[in-house]
Design a protein. Sequence first.
Length: 482
Amino acid sequence: MKQLSGTDSYFLYGERGNSYLHVATLAIYDPASAPGGKVRFRDVLKHFRERLQVSPLLTHRLAEVPYGLDRAYWVEDPDVDIEFHVRHIALPQPSDWRQLMIQVARIHSRPLDRSRPLWEAYVIEGLDRIPGLAPGAFAVFTKFHHASVDGMAAVRVFRDLHSSTPRGRPPRRTARPAAAPAVTEAALDASVLAHGIERFITLSKLSAVAAGRVVRIVAGEVKRRLHADAPGQDGPSVRATFRKAPATRFNAPISANRVVTAVEIPLAAMQPARAAVDGATVNDIFLAVASGALRRYLASRHELPKRSLVGGMPISLRSDAGAGGNAATAVPVELCTDVADPLARLSAVCRATREAKRNAEAMGLDFTPALIDAMPTAVTDLVVRGVALPGLNVAVSNVRGPDAPLYLAGARRARLYPVSAIADGQGLNLTAVSYDGVLALSAVACRNMLPDPGFFADCLRESFAELTAAAAKAEAASARRG
């Protein structure tokens, strides 16, 4: 039995209205490597059943404390119904990419059943008219609640659910832990009281620490501005940390309906842009591409703010990728949507991400998770909605996935797309995951805010093409000068 952390609890109880805080992946498989070149639904069921023990996330359900007096616990479910969790559907006609995205969006719009382990997998067949897929290809759309995983933990679970070879054997079964003794009402009351006192003391200490760190950050900003022309004076800035983000169509209450779209970028194709801007990382290029797409999309509707949009960017604090739960902090980063030139935008994004990380380090990377862990969940929810979200326009996240092919029931995973969560006030989420040499960039949004996801996918493609062309032009100009 394990109690949820403060961040885990926020994701659990932050669900209200039309906000469902689960995350997912859409994987597409080529059955050619499977025995006989075919995978049946019963093969997928068998594969999942044999691998239930790879993570407690697959076999643990919630046990909530009466009246919400304390955070919930994860407890072992002795009878996981695999046929409830793994479901089988077929894509309706015309069985093309758009229809797949519509089907995924519909499934993603539905909440998970809290009386069972918080995950579901949908085997989707009938992908006959999607270009580039092998005959008989199928998809698996897998959902986990954000209370149980962050990005890195999700990637680890998905990796462990697969094999590294087509005929990989299931992991050796381990003995189930002995059932924990029943918790008495007196013990529960004592636990609630102890946790309350412990969190009050921690919160008091953190408040004093926070005051000192904020003063140092502000003092550093004053010093930076006084010495703006001096070399090396580029310390942490409060510009994006404490400023309200410009209003956009994505910053309003969300509807019950989602849209999903995705594009792929080979990692090798990013090299010219990385070479053109010193120090640029894959994450910087992802953010610059997302920024260019947002700029194109909003400009097409005459809604592009003069000020830059601000993204909420997670920074992992995880030392053990095998553990579940959330071990990350989020920082605001300017996306530089106010910069027209693609290379100048990438340079600006590089500076913005470094500044965001410096600000987070100045406060202490573990400070925000510790603060959330010390506060009651209701207070955390008020702070997030009243303070954090008004400073952000969209969520932006990039997670490194497996570098080598993986297999499910013998079928090779050919494509992998992340599908993340949105909430009131932040109706667009842009997430990237790398897999086997390709970066997949997905957008999840409220249907009312992004009614034309196909056009937004075009904006993502055009943004990357524009950046690549600018990098090639800069390289050619440099060669002529050299």
